[in-house]
Each structure stands twice: as structure tokens, then as C-alpha cells.
Design a protein around this ligand. Structure first.
Ligand SMILES: NC(=O)c1ccc[n+]([C@@H]2O[C@H](COP(=O)([O-])OP(=O)(O)OC[C@H]3O[C@@H](n4cnc5c(N)ncnc54)[C@H](O)[C@@H]3O)[C@@H](O)[C@H]2O)c1
Length: 346
């Protein structure tokens, strides 16, 4: 299958690109290379004859039409987005333009291509979204595909908007779309401003490890390579019009996650004192959702997917990857949002 993957130089997109190429798919990676996009993430497949890179911005409709006309993909996996909640608090404008208008451009470029090709039945437009569109849970319950949308941050509101557009293109124009909504991902190549890499890298540098509020927020952690596997199943076997929730069945309070990483580092790269001594509680992010947890029963039953690792196994692999790949993360430490705090303005 020839798959056009947007955002393929980012964290999850690059995992999908690497896995798709390794499974023999032809991949066109379309990415604007914002601060979050790095071609190093796809270096393992860069010379593969089944891989092509297109430097383009999803806000540029003409560029999208050119890419579709040149490559004539059988399917689209749309991951390009502004993805960091803290950045959406400080500057929501880019989230509206890329996540909403950019998705609209992708839908229209894909629809034009699909109509031009005679509406092939097997064509898929797969939108990769987040469980944050469902809002926040109390102590009990899980997000299912039927949970009403209730986004709280500019980021999650922009993703909810793009999900609605994707469904509208299915109902109005018959475009064969598939949606997936996943929980928090972690793993290799994760940009160092996000929680797990930040904890690992601050610890390794002997810097304070900031934890929002009391660290009681609960997230459901999904290993990125398990997620990439679920996404390839959804795009190749998913039913048009369907949504699939993808979760790792690995709920953890943030503080428990952070102390687990510190304990792994104590074991794998012992320092002079326990790394947990570096933990500092900092003022909470505005509108910080209390708990997210996904019920992945539907994708398990219909597509046969389940996560392959527990969070402890995945975290050990992740810590090992950061220990082995300093050349990847060291140059990123000066990037805005990595060394400085973002997401505090209201
Ligand atoms: N990371 C998570 O835990 C998580 C959880 C749920 C859903 N998601 C969704 O998965 C997708 C990928 O997330 P990620 O963590 O890999 O994000 P990321 O920030 O690591 O990567 C985003 C990629 O999109 C590219 N991009 C951004 N704006 C663009 C534009 N205007 N045109 C073209 N390319 C552009 C960037 O260069 C980057 O390569 C996003 O849609 C995100 O909303 C992520």
C-alpha cells in the first residue's frame, strides 16, 4: 500500500513511518519540519527505495494538491499537528491554523484526489487524534468511543474540531475515513519537552525534576511502537466511518510514573544520590485534566490489537534508548520549551 503520512518526522509519525517501511509499505512522509519535526527520527529508513520525503505545510493547500497528484496515495495517515498542551496555552493561534485549517486542507486535497481516481473503495483517510477530546474523568470510568466530546484546552479543542470535520467529510461526501483516539504515548524519539523524556534528561543532568501540582493527575501510558502497530491495523483493516480508541491499559499517577523512572535510572545509571531527590512540585498548569483512561476493548475485538508491553517494560526500553542516544537529544536541550517552562500564562 502507498501511504501518505503527515507529520512523519515527529514522535509518533516517525514510529509509524519506520514500522510501515519495515512492513513493505511505500511511504510518502509529508512534514513542515517545525521545532517538533526532525529528519533524524526517520534516518533508519531514509535510504529505503520505498520511502520519500516531501517538505510541505498542511496550511498550504496548493502544496498538498501537488503532493497528492505526484504520489497518488492509496491511503492517508494524518498525524501532522501542533501537539503540546502547554504551548497551546501560551499561543493557541498555531493550533487553530494547523490542527483545524490544516486538517480541512488535508480533507479537501484527499477528497479531490479520491474523486479524480474514481472513488476507489479501498482508499482511507485516517485521522490520528487524542483521548483529550473526551475531557477529564473522575476516579472511575473509562473513555469509550461513545463518550461525549468535552475538550478543555486549546489543544484538545482543536483536535476535537478536526475530528468533527473528518466525520463530516464521511457523512457529507462519503470520503472513507477512519479515526483513532489514543492515550499518552511514550518511547524513543520523544521530544524532550514532554514529561517522560524531561524527567529522564533532567535526572541525567542533575537538574530539578518538575512535577505539576501534587503529581496526582492520572494518565494511561501507551508505548509508541504499540501505537504505531495499532495505527497500521486501523488504516489497513478499519471500517470506514469508525472510531477506535487506543490505550495502553497502563494507568499511572504522574508522581508514581516519575518515581518509577527515577528508580530505573538508579538501577541503570546509578548517581551519587537517588534521582528522586531531584523531584520538585511546581504550580499546576491551568485547566489540567485530572484523569484520562482509555477502554481499548473495541479495537481489541474488531481488529485484534492489544499492547505488547507493560509500562515498566516500555519505560525500561525508553530509558535505555535515551542513555544510548545522547547525540539525538543533546542538541535539543537549548530549544525553547525544553530548558524553560511553558504553559503558565492564562
Ligand atoms: N504524543 C501523544 O501522546 C499523543 C497522544 C494522542 C494523540 N496524539 C496525536 O498524534 C499526532 C502526532 O503526535 P506527536 O506526539 O508525534 O507530535 P509531534 O509534535 O512530535 O509531531 C508533529 C509533527 O507534525 C509536523 N507539523 C506540525 N505542523 C505542521 C504543519 N503545519 N504542516 C506539516 N507538518 C506539520 C511537525 O514538524 C512534526 O514532525 C498528533 O496529531 C497528536 O495530536 C499524540
Amino acid at each position: 500500500m502507498k501511504i501518505l503520512i503527515t507529520g512523519g518526522a515527529g514522535f509518533i509519525g516517525s514510529a509509524v513511518v519506520r514500522l510501515a517501511v519495515s512492513r513493505g509499505h511505500q511511504v510518502v512522509n509529508l512534514d513542515a519540519l517545525t521545532y517538533a519535526g526532525r529528519l533524524e527520527n526517520v534516518a533508519p529508513v531514509a535510504d529505503d527505495p520505498n520511502y520519500v520525503f516531501e517538505h510541505a505545510d498542511i496550511r498550504d493547500r496548493a502544496a498538498l494538491d501537488r503532493v497528492f497528484a505526484t504520489h497518488k496515495p492509496d491511503a492517508v495517515m494524518h498525524l501532522a499537528a501542533e501537539s503540546h498542551v502547554d504551548r497551546s496555552i501560551d499561543g493557541p493561534g498555531d493550533f487553530i491554523e494547523t490542527n483545524i485549517t490544516g486538517t480541512y486542507n488535508m480533507l479537501e486535497a484527499a477528497r479531490t484526489h479520491w474523486v479524480h481516481e474514481g472513488k476507489p473503495e479501498g482508499f482511507r483517510f485516517h485521522h490520528i487524534s487524542t483521548d483529550e477530546v473526551y475531557g477529564s474523568l473522575g476516579e472511575d470510568g473509562l473513555f469509550t468511543e461513545q463518550t461525549p466530546y468535552d475538550p478543555r484546552s486549546p489543544y484538545s479543542a482543536s483536535k476535537a474540531s478536526s475530528d468533527h470535520l473528518v466525520r463530516a467529510w464521511f457523512h457529507t461526501y462519503g470520503l472513507p475515513v477512519v479515526l483513532t483516539n489514543c492515550s499518552n504515548n511514550y518511547g524513543p524519539y520523544h521530544f524532550p519537552e514532554k514529561l517522560i523524556p524531561k524527567v529522564i534528561l533532567n535526572a541525567l543532568q542533575g537538574k530539578e525534576i518538575p512535577v505539576y501540582g501534587q503529581g496526582l493527575n492520572v494518565r494511561d501510558w501507551l508505548y509508541v511502537e504499540d501505537h504505531a502497530d495499532a495505527l497500521l491495523l486501523a488504516v489497513t483493516k478499519g471500517t470506514p466511518g469508525e472510531s477506535y480508541n487506543v490505550g495502553g491499559e497502563n494507568e499511572r499517577r504522574n508522581i508514581d510514573l516519575v518515581t518509577t523512572i527515577c528508580a530505573l535510572l538508579d538501577d541503570m545509571r546509578p548517581g551519587t544520590a537517588p534521582y528522586a531527590d531531584l523531584i520538585r512540585y511546581v504550580e499546576d498548569r491551568p485547566g489540567h485534566d485530572a484523569r484520562y483512561a482509555i477502554d481499548p476493548t473495541f479495537i481489541g475485538k474488531t481488529l485484534g490489537w492489544r499492547p505488547s508491553v507493560t509500562v515498566e517494560e516500555g519505560l525500561r526500553k525508553t530509558v535505555q534508548w535515551y542513555l544510548d542516544n545522547q547525540a539525538w537529544w543533546k542538541p535539543l536541550l537549548d530549544t525553547d520549551g525544553v530548558g524553560t517552562r511553558v504553559g503558565v500564562s492564562t
